[in-house]
Ligand binder design. Structure first.
Ligand code: SAH
Length: 328
């Protein structure tokens, strides 16, 4: 916690106590403040400051002697209070903009002892949280943390009796491998819960002013992964059927394979003039949108320097122009 305040000679009361209270007290002392604490339970470090006479014990009756009272969030990381038994909470963080996480997700982050996150999560939220942060970022084509290792980490941390949050971008169950983490937890007998998130499959088009459905234009939308190209033996999708489906097609993880994807759709009967759009970094300051007919979209995206993460939208809705929608 940073106080934009000259605290020299000020009497400051810390009301409540958690794992960071000793750090705060020492910080305040080093800035010349006189510090008191009023809490039902103290951490060892705060008790030690009291025992050494560096801070004083306060109580309601003498609150009037203080210039400032700071309320300490005692829900977070209090070692000496009985905590929940270890649990893993899979939190969908939304597409990366800090305003697009759910209230339940934000609450879980604030209560967490450990947060295991990767790069598509809303990172700006993590700055002032009390939890220990573990980055298991999986960069495309870059350094990888094996899923197995992440599963083991979650189980091990929860096994210590900690509240573990696994924070991901979007929704944990949409190409997020959250269900594998769920299975790993249940296999290990670790309690697990999931808090849904706003998936980029819907939010990225939306933030670019593209509705995935629109009366008269699209009666549905299909979300697919483009991480393997059509025709690849690992590809489980029926591209001829997708070309005919008449729904909006939303492709995640498809930047690299956009050319072959567009070609397959056209080959199987989708008009090459079908409107398409690519939205990268949706909800972030670096958001980019490229639009064009299906036949040209891969070239246009590469010319514009579109990089992952990006979502491609194919269908008449991509031709609608509602203007860009501002994320909060
Ligand atoms: N669970 C996530 C998806 C994970 S797969 C969700 O529900 O959104 C990763 C893919 O999500 C990226 O390759 C990209 O296609 C998409 N994505 C995630 N965040 C994005 C963002 N801010 N802008 C555009 N696409 C994004």
């Amino acid at each position: 916690m940073t106080l934009e305040l000259d605290v020299t000679g000020r009497r400051i009361l810390l009301r409540g106590c958690n794992d960071r209270t000793a750090a705060l007290a020492v910080n305040l002392l080093s800035q010349g403040a006189v510090v008191g604490v009023d809490a039902g339970q103290l951490t060892t470090a705060v008790a030690d400051l009291l025992a050494r006479g560096l801070i004083s014990q306060a109580e309601g009756a003498n609150y009037g002697e203080f210039d400032l009272i700071i309320g300490v969030d005692t829900r977070a990381t209090m070692n000496s209070v009985s905590r929940d038994v270890g649990k893993v909470t899979l939190v969908g963080g939304g597409p990366g903009n800090s305003g697009l996480i759910t209230l339940a997700g934000w609450d879980a982050l604030q209560r967490a002892d450990v947060i295991v996150f990767d790069r598509l999560a809303p990172l700006s939220l993590l700055q002032d949280l009390p939890a220990r942060l573990i980055d298991v970022g999986k960069m495309p084509h870059g350094q990888q943390t094996a899923q197995e290792a992440i599963n083991e980490l979650l189980v091990a941390e929860a096994g210590k009796g900690l509240r573990v949050v696994r924070l991901k971008g979007g929704d944990s169950f949409v190409f997020g491998r959250g269900s594998e983490e769920w299975q790993a937890c249940t296999d290990a007998g670790v309690a697990v819960e999931v808090i849904p998130g706003v998936s980029s499959a819907i939010a990225a088009p939306e933030l670019a002013g593209i509705p995935v459905t629109h009366r008269g234009l699209a009666q549905g939308f299909t979300v697919v992964s483009g991480h393997v190209p059509p025709g690849d033996p690992r590809c489980m999708l029926d591209w001829p059927a997708l070309a005919r489906a008449g729904t909006t097609l939303v492709v995640l993880m498809g930047v690299k394979n956009l050319g072959p994807i567009a070609a397959a759709l056209i080959e199987h009967g989708m008009a090459d003039t079908t409107p398409a759009a690519v939205v990268s970094d949706a909800g972030l300051l670096s958001q980019k949108i490229v639009k064009g007919p299906l036949a040209d979209i891969a070239g246009a995206a590469s010319l514009a320097g579109i990089n992952p993460p990006a979502v491609t939208i194919i269908g008449d809705v991509a031709g609608l122009d509602l203007g860009s929608v501002q994320a909060t």
